[in-house]
Design a binder for this molecule. Structure first.
Ligand code: GRF
Length: 206
């Protein structure tokens, strides 16, 4: 059966270091079955936008309006339907995906979270780990379901929490680990290309 590359769309809101790491892995041949097709961003000043522009990657900015959540949902869903992704990578996307989008793309959406899930879901995960007196933390790449940070795990890596660590020092040390974890998860999922259905009429097939 013919195989094609996985069409990957990244959604990011901020610095974009995970997005940059994925793009670098695609460029260097570390993700040979991945085609990065677009970045979707919900903040006009996100660092991720500059990274996409430097890569020459198409960008959609969907800012959303808190008073018009349906318009945001419709625009996001419309853009994703247009892009036809095989995988959607949330990489620091700070908006909860509309349930209708999660349902329509269930099984195709990944997220990275800076904790050893199922511990410390939600915001300020490193702060939560520090306050709980943990001696280790880490990051988790998981499938996205309608439960916040609750979908099945794909990859997880651990780092030590050192005496004197702060939320900031921990985040800084965790960042390169996150990049490796995200790439490992993508390598696992995209190890083989996506099967392409043969469009020839069956009479043509020997
Ligand atoms: C990462 O810590 C990730 O785990 C969390 O958001 C942050 C994004 O960082 N979901 P960056 O924008 O990829 O640098």
């Amino acid at each position: 059966m013919a195989l094609k590359k996985w069409r990957v769309v990244v959604l990011a809101s901020g610095r974009g270091s995970n997005f940059a790491a994925i793009a670098a892995a695609v460029q260097s041949g570390g993700l040979p079955n991945v085609e990065l097709v677009s970045l979707i961003c919900n903040r006009s000043k996100a660092g991720a936008l500059g990274i996409a522009r430097d890569l020459g990657l198409p960008v959609s900015i969907i800012l959303g309006n808190k008073r018009l959540p349906d318009a945001y949902n419709d625009e996001l869903l419309g853009e994703l339907r247009r892009l036809k992704p095989d995988l959607i990578c949330l990489a620091g996307y700070m908006k909860i995906l509309p349930p209708s989008t999660v349902r329509e793309f269930q099984g195709k959406i990944l997220n990275i979270h800076p904790s050893l899930l199922p511990k410390y879901k939600g915001l300020q995960a490193q702060k939560q780990a520090l306050e709980a007196g943990e001696t280790k933390t880490g990051c988790t790449v998981h499938w996205v379901t309608e439960e916040l940070d609750g979908g099945p795990m794909i990859e997880q890596d651990t780092i030590e929490i050192l005496p004197g660590d702060t939320e900031e020092s921990l985040s800084t040390r965790l960042r390169p680990v996150e990049h490796r974890t995200y790439i490992k998860a993508l390598q696992k999922i995209t190890a083989v290309g996506v099967p392409v259905r043969d469009r020839r009429p069956s009479s043509d097939i020997p």
